[in-house]
Ligand binder design. Structure first.
Ligand code: NAP
Length: 485
């Protein structure tokens, strides 16, 4: 048997997917990896987002690594700090921390002489394989509202929450009614001096009560590991056969979920005028569906006002809407989303023959099966372009992508492959077949959302989660340019 090469692997990012990759490398007996993390703690989005009401709207049993169940989840959809604590725990108990270089911001990665040279403030370092695990909703998007900077009170983006600002005494203005804005509203409604929610587009809300797990359930899950597997399987089946199909096929699930959203609005909001203002004019799930238990209830609490007039501008005292009303505020929160196309950027990635990733992605980010890019050998992306990122658990997506990268890493380690990158033709075919499938999806049924790319097409995976697993199960070596020793 041939001797295995000792491989040096660089992972950029110690969030959910970076930790997942690290665990997979360890399972394969590879300890020669380094994780570059710009912050001083693991957790990615669960470290950066700390806004009040933060939780995951995917049931926690399924929003966890399949190899590390957590019997202690407190709720069906656990609060953000608990999820962050879970990832911190995994990093510690798996012995991943010694591999992490905290405070190490990667500014460039260049493929030179068959290796990836990863650049940080400390200089460049060579690796055989590069994994980007930088997440995709990371760079805050600030709204382009005239006068925004003139606001006299504190103002911050939802993902940069300033906890030194007290809330109960404040008249708060919240711009944005996406998943984040809804969670903030549900938490703060009725608990502060005033809450004005500036809604540009109404959202469909799928009723999702967030039940608490009893002590009995937690004890049982602790005792019988199979129950955790059963819970994982149950929620996976529910989500993949429900949301997973409803978004990409014209099926009964799509109709049933849309009906649930309509009933939820009708039963929860009795005031016809408020209901009218909350009723979207597009199909449910066209934008990322909001899953929430008591958003509508929070909206109807004393001191909470939904403002559906467009924002005209901001002045030091508050927000002026198109009808000329001044909404006086003490604090302005921008729950206005993220630049979903930042992916691995602003870091500069340069592949073979000096090809920059920015050039390769001039017409928008695209990849071979979300994972690899022609001209960038031995580079594997987790949560790359067109990953299945709708209302699903991204953890299982990261696991499947990491397993796929592991297959190539094992070939490189065995010596049967020195370098591999997908062909232009295979990448083009793959992207064209995705484009052809887009008309079946709910995302093109007439709404504006962050899912849509430059060309107006969704930058999402247009098939079922099962198809995603099938596509990644067996790497097609014919689709790759492979260099051997
Ligand atoms: P988002 O879905 O992009 O929503 C941004 C909100 O800001 C929208 O309501 C948007 O209105 C509004 N907005 C943006 N610019 C505006 C402007 N200039 N004037 C007025 N309103 C403006 O962002 P998000 O809520 O942060 O969520 C982003 C994604 O993060 C979600 O889709 C989801 O994938 C993820 N997330 C997940 C969870 C979870 O529990 N799993 C929780 C939070 C976030 P329009 O609709 O009119 O554009």
């Amino acid at each position: 048997m041939s001797e295995k090469r000792s491989l040096r692997v660089a992972i950029i990012g110690a969030g959910m997917s970076g930790l997942c990759m690290a665990a997979k490398l360890q399972d394969a007996g590879i300890e020669t990896f380094t994780i570059f993390e710009k912050a001083d703690e693991v957790g990615g989005t669960w470290r950066d987002n700390t806004y009040p009401g933060l939780s995951c709207d995917v049931p926690s049993r399924f929003y966890a690594y399949s190899f590390r169940p957590n019997p202690a989840w407190s709720r069906l959809m656990s609060p953000g700090p608990e999820i962050h604590s879970y990832f911190r725990q995994v990093a510690t108990e798996r012995g991943i921390r010694p591999h992490i270089r905290f405070g190490s911001d990667v500014t460039s990665a260049r493929y030179r002489d068959g290796q990836w040279w990863v650049g940080t403030a400390d200089g460049e370092e060579a690796f055989d394989v590069l994994i980007t695990a930088t997440g995709f909703l990371r760079v805050p998007r600030y709204p382009d509202i005239p006068g925004l900077d003139s606001f006299a009170g504190p103002m911050f983006h939802s993902s940069r929450w300033d906890h030194s600002v007290t809330l109960p005494d404040k008249r708060i203005g919240l711009i944005g009614t996406g998943s984040t804005g809804v969670q903030i509203t549900a938490e703060l409604g009725g608990k502060v001096n005033g809450l004005k929610i500036f809604q540009r587009t109404p959202q469909w809300v799928f009723p999702t009560p967030n039940l608490r797990y009893s002590r009995f359930t937690k004890t049982a899950l602790q005792r019988w590991a199979t129950l955790n597997k059963l819970g994982y399987w149950f929620w996976q089946t529910y989500i993949e056969h429900g949301f997973g199909r409803a978004t990409v096929e014209q099926c009964w699930q799509r109709r049933a979920m849309a009906a649930m959203c309509r009933w939820n609005l009708r039963l929860s909001v009795r005031d016809p005028e408020l209901r009218r203002r909350l009723t979207p004019d597009y199909q449910a799930m066209c934008k990322r569906l909001i899953l929430a238990g008591h958003y509508y209830q929070a909206l109807q609490k004393p001191g909470v006002h939904l403002v559906s007039q467009a924002i005209d501008h901001v002045e030091p005292r508050g927000v002026i809407t198109a009808d000329g009303t001044l909404h006086e505020l003490d604090l302005l929160v921008l729950a206005t989303g993220f630049d979903a196309r930042a992916y691995v950027r602003p870091m500069e990635i340069v592949g073979e023959h000096g090809l920059k990733l920015d050039e390769a992605w001039e017409d928008g980010p695209h990849a071979y099966r979300s994972i690899a890019v022609p001209g960038f050998p031995n580079l594997f992306m987790l949560m790359g372009p067109h990953s299945p990122i709708g209302n699903q658990s991204l953890v299982i997506v990261a696991e499947d992508q990491a397993d796929y990268a592991m297959w190539w890493i094992n070939q490189i380690r065995d010596g049967s492959v020195v370098a591999a990158a997908p062909t232009e033709a295979a990448t083009k075919d793959y992207n064209e077949s995705m484009k052809a499938a887009m008309p079946q999806t709910v995302w093109v049924t007439g709404c504006k959302s962050w899912y849509l790319g430059k060309d107006g097409l969704p930058e999402l995976f247009p098939w079922t989660p099962r198809r995603h697993r099938e596509l990644l199960a067996t790497p097609q070596t014919d689709d790759f340019v492979i260099r051997t020793a």
